[in-house]
Design a protein around this ligand. Sequence first.
Ligand SMILES: *Cc1c(COP(=O)(O)O)cnc(C)c1O
Length: 230
Amino acid sequence: MLQENLTEVEANIVAACERAGRSRDEVTLIAVSKTKPVPMLQEVYDMGIRNFGENKVQEMCDKIEVLPHDIKWHMIGHLQTNKVKYIVGKTALIHSVDSLKLAEEIQKQAVKKDVYVPILVEVNIAGEESKFGISKEETMELVRQISSLDHLQIKGLMTIAPFVENAEDNRLYFRGIRQLSVDIANQNIDNVSMDILSMGMTGDYAVAIEEGATMVRVGTGIFGARNYNI
Ligand SMILES: *Cc1c(COP(=O)(O)O)cnc(C)c1O
């Protein structure tokens, strides 16, 4: 099942890149493995996937312990400041920085461990109350504030678009966040690059790629539905 799923996702990514006139290697596929057992991750790893996304600190740390060391781990879930110390130095990218307080805690732990931490700023592009992330209007200011923290490296923006039946309904949101990243890049803020746009999940990654996503986070499409009751 995993092989077929992955083949299908890969074909969809290639097709979306072609439609958008983009090269396949501009888009990184992150396999979102939250709630899934280690042997499933190992199987997907054996098929060549090296980027995995998790949303819980403890679960990510447990998996890091036992899986191959060349995996790039992406923290994509809401991060509490008291958990930051457990993951700083272990993640390729933290996608979910949405407050100065959280950024300052990452800075503190990064200084302690003498590491530099690549991050994305999470934007609540549709202004949904149920979602984390900073509002579009406040993003520029937060980016400026975080840019002064010298052990953090802002690499771009992340968003979780609304859950919709029709992925086309999210196209304007993806376009909006892409425009925001261009506007921020144009400010030429020290210590800030806008090379990464992390957007698109199982339901809408093709549209996200057409609108400029450089990282897509696909869980269900690769691993199948999640069961939170186990
Ligand atoms: C769970 C999750 C995903 C993957 O969702 P699917 O719809 O299963 O592809 C992507 N991004 C974030 C932040 C998530 O929490």
